[in-house]
Design a protein around this ligand. Structure first.
Ligand SMILES: Cc1cc2nc3c(=O)[nH]c(=O)nc-3n(C[C@H](O)[C@H](O)[C@H](O)COP(=O)(O)OP(=O)(O)OC[C@H]3O[C@@H](n4cnc5c(N)ncnc54)[C@H](O)[C@@H]3O)c2cc1C
Length: 592
């Protein structure tokens, strides 16, 4: 089973759910034709080069041989084609060799790469994060020396945060950077470093958080450093190997072809990036972008699993169809299977819309025409980022699980590949800040953003869409407006309760964090489908476009309204569960 990139779905979502047209003044080159050409070019690379390597990558994986990581078969050549295509530099600054296109287009493109081959996609994804961090915080010299090579893809980047005792709590890191002439020397161990070592590019630019000798405890004592695998001369030439190496490779549930390394820094030469003591803040520049990319992995893996399940449902024959009366009917012709497939697709569209909207907000936050537009967009980006990350990756796991289910027993055995998607999907809710940490970020920091303006503006915008649905009055919307409105009312009630509890009983608020993120995600996802539905309805009325394809957008919005939005009011109680019972519960009561 190969992967066929959903170019039309992505282009539609970008335009109608995410509001890509708002970028037309800031990015005059990103017109409809360019967007289409870029998406089609990426689709060819994804479908023809990356997707066929996915299975082999899972079976063989990356390997550590004589202290060096060897990428999975075919990955080196695929990486060369990826770099030659200029895909790393799509949204990078032209000053560093990039094409200066919107980040939101890059997110659309990377959905295809991640769907085709998630283990491969992680390598450039981390490089994009390194580019982002250096572009914001690097010195002019660092930018000139490292950015062109990272943007061209000649070198790759990594993000070294985690240590055995410091996962979610990065304040606990102990890796030490000591001054050494005009540079620094790094000593310590990092774990779980994605593409920490490999043989697909000439050099690896490691970004590392570490403490300095007299730094204060906690996050204020953390600084950001850069240490290349191979030392780089002032003219950009490659010199001797740096004193760092992969100490081991993790054996994982999924993404076998993405080398997850223990990294040992054994007196490695390093340079400071940005301000001393601001390392975590600087790293957050990289992490916000990476969180959105990981959310997009959720969409991507869900799409891949969905395509495979759909194809299987058209081949496998079982039982009598209640519709056609046919014996040995296709799985597709059983109502329960078709409902599952439609709901899978509806949730993918919803999550895609959320991720692309977050990306458009990120573009507007830096390129909006006015200060007010930039500030409002920044609030929207910050508010939506934990939802894009956590809600979309949970959908990735759920949809991949449904993909296995549609395959029946053939989903549980490895030969169909459905199981690989489920295994691969499982990491996305864990890395880049676990989904639990995202939920805490949402209620702890994001609800208070702009003194409540961020969440208030979001709710106002959703209400505008409900008004537009009511004004348009197309019977094809079904109960969408009503369901979105009751969902929004439920979100308002849950938000008001959380804001009140946050101020005086934080454990109560924290107890409902994950339930709230899901509730708000379900509503924002419904809003995305509603915006797509409005555009589809208008196009059908105007006799434009492919009516069959457009009516599918409306059918997806209807099934989402009845299956997902209809359940939202019932989720409020789960948000307001309160901490009393939880606090009173001991390990012994739970059987420890
Ligand atoms: C395949 C893979 C690739 C990775 N790639 C990288 C990489 O490239 N670079 C890098 O630096 N790291 C990487 N990581 C590490 C990853 O980011 C961490 O695993 C993640 O941040 C969670 O940390 P932890 O595993 O220590 O879990 P813990 O922090 O121990 O968390 C365990 C559980 O407790 C919950 N929890 C923790 N603290 C709290 C709290 N305060 N309140 C409520 N709940 C809490 C979490 O939500 C989670 O469910 C990778 C990990 C894996 C498995």
């Amino acid at each position: 089973m190969t992967y066929r990139a959903p170019v039309r779905d992505i282009a539609f979502s970008l335009r109608h759910a995410a509001g890509f047209d708002r970028l037309s003044d800031a990015f005059p080159d990103a017109d409809a034709d360019t967007v289409q050409a870029v998406l089609e070019g990426a689709s060819a690379l994804a479908g023809n080069i990356l997707a066929p390597l996915n299975r082999k990558g899972d079976l063989v994986g990356a390997n550590l041989e004589n202290g060096v990581v060897r990428a999975a078969p075919g990955f080196g050549e695929a990486y060369r084609q990826f770099a030659q295509g200029g895909w790393n530099g799509l949204a990078a600054d032209p000053e560093h060799g990039g094409q200066g296109l919107p980040k939101s287009l890059e997110i659309g493109v990377f959905e295809m790469f991640q769907a085709a081959n998630m283990a491969f996609g992680l390598c450039p994804m981390l490089t994009l994060g390194a580019i982002e961090a250096l572009a914001h915080h690097g010195s002019d010299r660092q930018k000139a020396l490292y950015l062109p090579k990272l943007v061209s893809g000649e070198w790759t980047g990594t993000m070294n945060l985690t240590e055995p005792q410091a996962g979610s709590d990065l304040a606990a890191i102990t890796t030490l950077a000591t001054p050494d002439g005009d540079g620094w020397t790094l000593s310590g161990q990092k774990i779980f470093i994605t593409w920490g070592d490999h043989d697909v590019a000439d050099n690896i630019v490691h970004l590392i958080i570490a403490r300095t000798p007299d730094a204060p405890p906690g996050v204020k004592g953390i600084s950001l450093f850069l240490a290349p695998k191979v030392l780089v001369g002032e003219d950009g030439s490659l010199g001797a190997a740096n004193a760092l190496r992969p100490g081991g490779l993790e054996h994982k549930l999924g993404i076998h072809a993405s080398p997850t390394c223990v990294m040992l820094f054994e007196g490695a030469k390093a340079e400071l990036v940005g301000q001393l003591g601001s390392g975590l803040a600087h790293m957050f520049t990289m992490m916000n972008a990476a969180r959105l990319q990981v959310g997009t992995q959720g969409v991507a893996i869900a799409e891949r699993a969905y395509q495979q399940a759909l194809a299987f449902s058209l081949e496998r024959r079982q039982g009598r169809s209640a519709w056609t009366g046919e014996n040995a009917a296709r799985l597709f012709d059983h109502p329960d299977v078709r409902r599952t497939l439609m709901l899978m697709k509806a949730r993918i569209e919803a999550a895609r819309g959320v991720c692309l909207s977050t990306a458009v907000a990120a573009d507007l936050a830096t390129h909006g025409a006015t200060e007010a537009e930039r500030v409002a967009a920044k609030l929207r980006e910050e508010l939506l980022t934990p939802i894009a990350k956590a809600w979309s990756t949970d959908i990735g796991v759920e949809v991949a699980s449904q993909g296995v289910q549609i395959h029946g027993g053939m989903g549980f055995v490895e030969e169909t590949g459905a199981a690989q998607h489920y295994r691969d999907a499982r990491i996305a809710p864990i890395y880049e800040g676990t989904n639990g940490i995202q939920a805490i970020d949402l209620i702890g920091r994001k609800l208070g953003l702009g003194e409540g303006q961020a969440i208030g503006d979001l709710m106002d915008d959703i209400r505008d869409t409900i008004d537009a649905l009511n004004a348009a009055g197309d019977p094809a919307f079904g109960t969408l407006a009503k369901r979105l409105e009751t969902g929004l009312d439920a979100a308002s009630a849950a938000t008001a309760w959380l804001i009140e509890r946050r101020a005086r009983a934080m454990p109560d608020a924290l107890s409902g964090a994950t339930a709230y993120l899901k509730l708000l995600g379900d509503v924002v996802g419904g809003w995305m489908l509603a915006k797509g539905g409005l555009a589809a309805s208008a196009a059908i009325a105007a006799g434009e476009g492919d009516a069959g394809w457009l009516s599918t957008r409306l059918a997806l919005a209807r099934i989402y309204a009845e299956s997902v939005l209809a359940q939202v009011p019932g989720q409020v109680a789960g948000v307001m569960i309160g901490a009393a019972d939880l606090e009173a519960t001991t390990p012994e009561m739970l059987g420890a």
